[in-house]
Ligand binder design. Structure first.
Ligand code: DAH
Length: 490
């Protein structure tokens, strides 16, 4: 049996109508999934493709399905879209080296998301408690790195493989997309958020060069690095950069020379510093005008990612704390080989940047749910190309409900992970939930039974809530916990 999910793709005509349509879409998605799950064996049609469901793997929710067609990163006057465009323009401003991909579909293979990047088979990111699976082979991408292999394979002259897209002459790429993770619920976490991936490669030249001259790719790297450094200087970015990590605990790959590692990582770091300066300096300037007089400080710290070595993270000092911005590193040779490259033939770097957290800081948006609202009082405040401060239209009062339960002792009962509870609350409350927190944990000394208590804070961004509607939602949450996980309510 085929269950079709018809997700609207037309731009809203007016906010109220759209909001109603969205809730209809959401209800339709829930119903279809419910039918699909209860009938055991069926198919889902997502973005025009049919997928078999899998009894143990399929765990996508109606909420996530209904959000998968929103493409906020493509909206020119949405904070996420404005930020995405500014970063792309900046990185392409001098050398135009990056091919831009912004239309990848959210469903990818397990191979693309994990295997091709060298994730070990027991990596926690693969678990069903953290990831939305369509079936055992397909999932909603958990990061934009899932498209790295395809984009590396699309660079002309590097791969031996046929590319499904028109190959590009540009030696780098930028990918922006929505990404999906099962996670906690609070003002900065939402099951769908946005990332930008960037990468750049250089072909190693094997041609002999006159004595005393460096290989061509080293000359090219030096030239590219110098161009970047001049740009940073000209733009007077004025960053204070702390970078004192040694390569000792951050080992390089054997196939790269020390000089290649040094030049390639400098190019990577200067590119990201340019990006950070672009994004934060303007904001800092407006804050300086308001009296604070500080320079932007960033620091490089050591990191680990399965597909890069060495790897780093950059943090920026913002409003009194170090904020983690972006992971990056020199791409492991195996990833490039997976993309059809020849051994020893190229070197390159990659980074991945979360857009939502930065957009929240720049536009001063206090709750991530606002990015998803259909309320015109939010959207009318933003304009293409402009970073402006969000003016809250109203703060609607919240209301708190606790849910306490004993975990089942029966081993045959499906274990409940905290993210499963979050998912139930998301499904039942939608965007009416602001946060969910564990407030009590207790083991009975005699029976050894475990009890948990979670506090749910209901609050709408757009309107007042009634007691009746919250009571009903809370009742639905409680019922679902019993039905799905066999807990005993207290
Ligand atoms: N995909 C990583 C994440 O979601 C971010 C990232 C880190 C991307 C390092 C990269 C990279 O390309 O090199 O956390």
């Amino acid at each position: 049996m085929n269950l079709e999910l018809v997700l609207g793709t037309h731009p809203p005509t007016n906010a109220a109508k759209t909001s109603m349509n969205r809730s209809k879409t959401l209800v339709a998605c829930h119903k279809l999934l419910l039918r699909c799950y209860s009938q055991g064996k069926s198919q889902l049609k997502i973005n025009g493709t049919h997928y078999d469901t899998h009894p143990e793997f399929t765990n996508i929710s109606g909420t996530v399905l209904s959000l998968s067609d929103r493409a906020l990163h493509l909206k020119a006057a949405h904070p996420i879209g404005i930020l995405r465009k500014q970063i792309e323009d900046k990185l392409n401003s001098t050398s135009d080296s990056y091919c831009v991909y912004n239309n990848f579909r959210p469903v990818v293979t397990v191979e693309e998301n994990f295997d091709s990047l060298g994730f070990p088979s027991d990596h926690p990111g693969r678990s069903k408690s953290d990831t939305y699976y369509v079936n055992d082979k397909h999932l909603f991408r958990t990061h934009t790195s899932a498209h790295e292999m395809e984009c590396f394979g699309n660079i002309k002259g590097f791969t031996t493989r046929e590319s499904p897209r028109a190959p590009t002459d540009k030696p780098g790429f930028l990918i922006s997309a929505d990404v999906y993770r099962r996670d906690e619920i609070d003002r900065t976490h939402y099951p769908v958020f946005h990332q930008m991936e960037g990468a750049r490669v250089w072909k190693r030249s094997q041609e002999p060069v006159p004595q005393g001259t460096e290989p061509l790719h080293i000359q090219q790297l030096r030239f590219d690095l110098q161009t970047l450094e001049e740009q940073l200087h000209q733009e007077n970015t004025n960053l204070v950069v702390h970078d004192d990590i040694s390569l000792e605990q951050n080992p390089k790959q054997d196939y790269m020379s020390d000089l290649e590692v040094s030049l390639c990582s400098q190019h990577l770091k200067r590119s990201i510093e340019l990006l950070v300066a672009q994004v934060f300096n303007k904001k800092l300037a407006s804050m300086r005008a308001a009296g604070s007089n500080t320079q932007l400080q960033v620091r490089w710290i050591k990191a680990y990612f399965p597909w890069t070595a060495p790897s780093w993270e950059i943090e920026v000092f913002w409003q009194g704390e170090w904020l983690e911005l972006c992971g990056c590193g020199l791409v492991r040779e195996q990833v490039l080989l997976n993309a059809g490259y020849k051994p020893d033939n190229q070197i390159g770097w990659a980074f991945g940047l979360g857009l939502d957290r930065i957009a929240m800081l720049l536009f001063e948006v206090p709750d991530i749910r606002l990015f998803w609202t259909m309320d015109d009082r939010f959207h009318s405040q933003f304009h293409e190309g402009q970073i402006t401060k969000f003016k809250p239209y109203s703060k609607y009062p919240g209301t708190i409900r606790d849910v306490a339960f004993w975990l089942p002792q029966d081993q045959r009962q499906k274990a409940i992970h905290e993210n499963d509870l979050m998912e139930i609350v998301r499904e039942k409350a939608g965007d009416l939930v602001e946060s969910v927190k564990l407030v009590d944990k207790f083991t009975h000394p005699k029976t050894n039974k475990k009890s948990l208590c979670y506090r749910i804070n209901y609050q709408s961004m757009d309107r007042n809530l009634t007691n009746d509607e919250i009571n009903q939602i809370q009742e639905n949450v409680r019922e679902e916990l019993v039905n799905k996980y066999g807990v005993t309510l207290r």
